[in-house]
Write a protein that binds this ligand. Sequence first.
Ligand code: TTP
Ligand code: MG
Length: 410
Amino acid sequence: MQVSFKEIFVKIFRRFRLFLKLLLSNRSRFSFLNLVNPRDAFFAPCDNRKIIHVDMDAFFAAIEQRDRPKFRGKPVIVGGDPWDRGVVSTCSYEARPFGVRSGMATHRALRLCPQAVLLPVDMNRYRAVSEEIFDIFRRITPLVEGMSIDEAYLDVTSNSKNESSATRLSQQIKAEIFLKTGLTASAGVSFNMFLAKIASEINKPNGMAVITPDRAAGFLEALPVHRFHGIGRVTANRLHGMNVHTGRDLKRLPMEALVEVFGKIGRYYYEVVRGIDRRCVTPVRVRKSLGRENTFPVDTANLDFLREKTLRLGLEVGGILRSMNRRARAIILKVKFADFSQTTRCRQFIQATDDAGIIANRGTLLLDECAKAFCKKIRLIGVSAHLEGPDEQPSAQEEFAFMQSINPKL
Ligand code: TTP
Ligand code: MG
């Protein structure tokens, strides 16, 4: 058999490339070579940034307790009607030891904590308070990225108060929020968004934590994998099955292995466990997805009914897309079962579209595809579009957000 020089050269090149990859993923063993993969460097190029993540405590419930003093110190649940299949939006910290959590059925929450006061959601009031809080943020820095109604990142590397200590600044922010609104917030301070977010959860409620560059590596190595933002229950269980329990264990896995097991998101895990997060606080976020969902009055297994609902939701999403002058890159179908477990299916469009008919039809096709596997009645159907953005090269984090929207358990 004749083998050309070209084939031999390609083979040698491939072997050499693999050898280099192995060297880089085992750099501690081969450190004498001093070959450092740029991704392995612990600190990202912008580690001199000062980022604060602020998250209000039990936001809706805290506003209710503030405005109705008789409910202070008592378990309060804010959510939908238990007789109309409502769910819990949030609950006060007094209700949390009973196991009440956001997203659970209100009737279940009331069974867990029968003495709780149930109050309806009053979105307009909460939005007004949120605006007051965001005004405080924006007076400190224009670099404020709101993540939800009660949560934002602030890049305070330079700030209107000329305060060089982000720790002191976050104490001032918490105090100002309390003075203006009577509500408590928790804050996390670090040199990137990923670490600031984890820090804000450490001492909740009404707490604060700082993760400095010199403490970050030790902190992340000791952190259980399920505490990493972006690693949900399902992924954490898979990691446990691979004998990966802490950041230290996770750090031992080469990027290739993580990508092989988890897909693109593996790269995100590889970076964040090394404290690398290059995202910048971006004041105006481009909307990445848009969806509509429908909770049925009674759980159903009637496929015709489900098809019709899916079609309607798809048409509605398509109509909104067109009015917003945006197009869908992919469509995601969410199915929530009677026991609150859920599944999602996603399909990419070859070409982004705002055609309501195409979106609606694709939704029903997805439903048909997965309907055979349904063995439980269905409580809710949702159709959402992953939107085409100005930048069509999503970063690892964007990809993660997208994958999380497909699989919220990630
Ligand atoms: P969160 O910040 O997740 O929760 P929280 O502020 O109530 O409590 P924590 O102290 O743990 O931060 O959400 C902010 C608000 O968003 C929350 O008060 C109610 C609303 N919300 C829902 O309506 N549904 C949900 O599933 C979640 C998670 C929140
Ligand atoms: Mg909150």
